[in-house]
Design a binder for this molecule. Sequence first.
Ligand code: TTP
Ligand code: MG
Length: 367
Amino acid sequence: MQRIVLHVDMDSFYAAIEERENPELQGKAVVVCMLSGRSELSGSVSTCNYIARKSGIRSGMPCSRAKKLNPDAVFLPVRKDFYKEVSDNVMEILRCYADPGENGDAFEQISIDEAFLEVTERVGGDFDRAFELGVQIKDGVRVKEKLTCSVGIGPNKLIAKMSSSVKKPDGITMVKPMDVSGFLGSLKLTKLWGLGDVSADKLQEMGVFTVGELAEYDVIGLISAFGKARGTWLKQAAAGFDDSPVKEREGSEQIGRIATLPEDTLDPGLIYPLVDRLTEDLIAKLDARGLAFRVVTITAINSNFRTRTKSRTLNHPVSDRAILRETARDILAAFLSESPVELRRVGVRVGGLQKKKGQTSLFDYGA
Ligand code: TTP
Ligand code: MG
């Protein structure tokens, strides 16, 4: 059957979350900054929305430069823990669309806002059905998380990944096997996923400027310049060949839930019931997939929008709801005793996930 892989990349991820959270930002240029704290705008741009990109603002540039490019832009500090929670929610939505693999879903998260989905079986190797699935995924993410994403569809991870950035934001790009060489041929070398600036410079010195030229280059020449593994990879990648599987990175997955309290508060009588609800929800998700957890993380966002997290690692993976609830409450108690500022939102996340091996009991509960 024809293999089909989807790559999903969220659009202007951190900035889009900030816009979603604060409707007053709609229509404005929004820049999310990793501030160093030394002076008001010392630090670099994490990302910005597409309105800000029109002024030339880009990830990685100094925030002071971004301010000069667009003095009217709204500059916000990064809230990484919060974005992580949103990312967990998005990944959980995406995962549902992946093929069920032999050892878990054929799903692979590769960054905070990107994932691969093997969909070959689900769509019966049919690209038109894969496109329909791409539309459904975009709808699912928009309805459930109020965020947009861009989707790339191809015969492997390499092509799927490279096509998702063709139409951004909110696009779908499909590259069928017969279109692969046309798609890759005219691309600049630096656009080839996995080819860094150093290799690109070296290839340019060898007279290779496009992916098409690289595909034509003698493999022996590439091996003598880059070594066997890298030289062979360059030749294959330039031809659009990639047989790497879509595979969960062991231990990398986390599942989280976050919710807003009925009012800003420090009252455990209001906070604990919400946390209990979140943990119930998590246990249901874990049970459905036969997973145990080893790390529990609580995120607390206070009324000043300051986000803090605390984690606890258990001695063994467990799947017991009472352990999750008690651990979550314990960590929360530490937050409440430390901070005089009322909480607005609370999140619970479990990590260190692995397949459940038999029953667990309270005796598994570790420090
Ligand atoms: P990207 O997916 O590269 O960028 P993006 O989602 O903001 O925009 P695009 O629509 O082009 O996909 O990165 C995901 C998030 O990672 C991004 O929202 C912020 C963070 N990030 C940084 O903090 N620093 C960086 O240099 C980059 C590139 C991203
Ligand atoms: Mg993105």
